[in-house]
Design a protein around this ligand. Structure first.
Ligand code: AMP
Length: 235
């Protein structure tokens, strides 16, 4: 099952993709942001190049990202599908992904679009804190980290991502509007867009995702069976 999450930075894609991955048990969440941050921390060649763009809230150039994703989705744990979080981020990435998946005959099944007001995500992002070890997300308002800034789950250190600082957040929103928002029309025209109200609680958003995905899957199976029956009638 090949799925994509789209939505503003801070709309809850990472959280919901992780919950859905647990729910679907053998479908991994693949976050390009997480892969890049690991590369930055490890100071790999990719990490050193990517950091220049990430710190300013810019998209990392497509030629660094696309091969990285194609390689990741070819790994054995993706054999039953995957949930992409943070990719594609522009139309060129989406077209390249479609092109690669056409060769595998494994098209994207659905694109979950988390709908939420811009001002809400700006507040969320600027108050977001993250553990440098296990990646657990805290929020100064709704889920404050322990006072000593040591993660309650793994003893890692809690920090603010440099791209969650206010001026960078505003720039990331502009980048989203210009480069990423057009993906909704792109996948909408393929009949794959599944809008989700991202302003609700984590549990309610998760419930809506599971509910709408179940319906989308049923329709997908129906269309597949209809195509198979049509082919049989023609042969
Ligand atoms: P995220 O954690 O998804 O918000 O990503 C953090 C940063 O990583 C983004 O602001 C970009 O600089 C970079 N990044 C993540 N995914 C992509 C992508 N698909 N294309 C280009 N840059 C990306």
């Amino acid at each position: 099952m090949e799925l994509i999450f789209v939505g503003y930075p801070g709309s809850g894609k990472g959280t919901q993709a992780a919950l859905l991955s647990q729910h679907l048990s053998n479908i991994p969440k693949i976050s390009t942001g997480d892969i890049l941050r690991a590369a930055v921390a490890a100071k790999t060649e990719l990490g050193l190049k990517a950091k220049l763009f990430m710190d300013g809230g810019e998209l990392v150039p497509d030629e660094l990202i696309i091969d990285m994703v194609v390689q990741r989705i070819s790994e054995p744990d993706s054999a039953m599908g995957y949930i992409l979080d943070g990719f594609p981020r522009n139309i060129h990435q989406a077209q390249e992904l479609d092109r690669v998946l056409l060769n595998y005959n494994r098209p994207i099944l659905g694109v979950l679009s988390l709908e939420i007001e811009k001002k809400k995500v700006i507040a969320r992002l600027t108050s977001r804190r993250v553990c440098n070890k296990c990646g657990h997300l805290y929020n100064l308002i709704s889920d404050p980290p322990p006072e000593n800034n040591i993660c309650g789950f793994c003893n890692g250190e809690i920090y603010q991502r440099s791209d969650d600082k206010a001026e960078t957040v505003l720039h990331r929103m502009e980048v989203y509007e210009e480069a990423t928002r057009p993906l909704k029309a792109y996948y909408g025209s393929q009949g794959k867009l599944i809008p989700i109200d991202g302003s609700l609680s984590i549990e309610k958003v998760q419930a809506e995702i599971v509910n709408k995905l179940t319906k989308a899957l049923a329709q997908f199976e129906l269309r597949k069976n209809e195509r198979a029956a049509y082919r049989q009638r023609q042969s």
